[in-house]
Ligand binder design. Structure first.
Ligand SMILES: *Cc1c(COP(=O)(O)O)cnc(C)c1O
Length: 399
């Protein structure tokens, strides 16, 4: 989206506001579908951004949906995804939540032996499942978003395959799919191939296997110097491995992926206003009308977001530290070169579509921002800004 359109939205809807460019989501989706065979399925990882309009848009593109909570499953159904196109991949939930997902008829992915046993004892082969394996590959941009390593709570260790087999045998479980998600932001495409090799090797232990779910890890460039995961090359390499495997074994599996940020990350812009310019002895701070209550990635993951001054694009460049208005250290960026920022200027954080609004909170009793979808050249309000009353919504006054 161009700066003019963004400024218009800031004027019309106020700040802070998240803006999502539908066209960008479509472009990203088509990059994936054109890089892999037609049988490959892409389950959008809902947790990146769950606004119902985004879910509907992604569904209309042809994507399936990956959900990590029962409420995401319900949102997916409400958005119109058929149950066969929804995968439930929870972590550390009880059997009751899994049974709720069963009642919805969606695919279920189980990630620990305890639940696997409970499930098998109760349902045997009556409801097919997927099993999440932890391959113990370290991958991902940040320790917190790497899920496949040895200390990770996710998945069933690859060293416990014998144990899975025992549960399968004694409870008659029908395992139709294997799943691995080694982390977010995998720089090296060979990590995917390593995971695929492991999956194919494991497939011998699962006679009813139909699906191999490779999870996600597709990266988008947050810094100007970074590169997106090269899905074209990855697609070629993966297809080669799969077809060689099929030729030598006669087995065919459907390949699944679960991209979240790859689909929606680039589509998002967080528009904010510079409230205060504060010069201290060592630093020039720009204090904006937002904070980690709206975008926590920089503080939580040390993530980088490109920031630009939309209102003064020709201003002389100066070095700023951009901070929020929360009573906590909420630094968005240190020593960032921006066109001169004046109080009242509108700034944009780029690539804020994934894990932006979704991780927002009401910390400091501040209100969550509005969300706008830019579709076919028009800006649509898709979530109104919180109002003061929202802060009290579930509170019960007893005094
Ligand atoms: C978070 C998550 C994803 C999506 O990760 P991205 O880095 O946003 O692509 C996919 N699968 C599972 C199981 C996840 O938990």
């Amino acid at each position: 989206m161009n700066p003019k359109e963004l400024l218009k939205i800031a004027n019309e809807f106020g700040t802070p506001v998240y803006v999502y460019d539908a066209e960008s989501i479509k472009t990203q989706y088509e990059k994936l579908t054109s890089s892999f065979s037609k049988q490959t399925k892409f389950f959008y990882a809902a947790k990146a951004l769950t606004n119902i309009n985004i879910l509907k848009y992604v569904k209309n593109l042809g994507a399936s949906l990956d959900c990590v909570s029962i409420n995401e499953v319900k949102l997916g159904l409400k958005a119109g995804f058929p149950k066969e196109q929804i995968l439930f991949t929870p972590n550390c939930v009880d059997l009751a939540e899994i049974e709720e997902a069963m009642a919805c008829g969606v695919h279920i992915n189980i990630d620990n032996i305890s639940i696997l046993e409970q499930f098998g004892n109760k349902y045997g082969s009556s409801y097919p499942i997927l099993v999440r394996i932890n391959p113990h590959i370290f991958a991902g941009g940040n320790y917190k978003i790497s899920t496949g390593h040895i200390d990770s709570k996710f998945g069933i260790s690859i060293h416990q395959v014998r144990h899975i087999e025992r549960v399968m045998k004694s409870t008659n479980l029908n395992v139709e799919g294997l799943h691995m998600h080694t982390g977010s932001e995998i720089k090296d495409p060979d990590v995917f191939l390593q995971a695929l090799d492991i999956m194919l090797e494991l497939s011998e232990h699962f006679p009813n296997l139909k699906y191999l779910d490779m999870g996600s890890g597709f990266k988008i460039p947050y810094q100007e110097t970074e590169e997106e995961t090269d899905v074209k090359t990855l697609g070629k390499k993966v297809e080669k491995v799969i077809s060689e495997f099929s030729q030598s074994t006669g087995k065919k599996f459907e390949l699944w992926f679960e991209p979240g940020k790859f689909l929606v990350g680039k589509s998002g812009y967080l528009l904010v206003k510079a409230n205060v310019i504060k010069q201290t002895t060592a630093t020039v701070f720009v204090g904006i009308n937002s904070g980690f209550n709206h975008l926590i990635r920089p503080m939580f993951y040390d993530s980088y977001h490109v920031i630009e001054n939309l209102s003064n694009p020709k201003g002389a460049e100066r070095i700023y530290t951009v901070v929020g208005n929360i009573c906590e250290t909420d630094t968005f960026a240190w020593d960032r070169k921006l066109n001169e920022v004046r109080e009242g200027d509108i700034l944009v954080f780029r690539n804020a579509g994934a894990y932006g609004f979704e991780m927002s909170s009401n910390f400091n009793s501040r209100l969550k921002p509005a969300e706008v979808l830019f579709l076919d050249g028009k800006a649509h309000l898709i979530r109104r800004r919180d109002e003061f009353e929202d802060l009290l919504k579930n509170q019960i006054e007893v005094l």
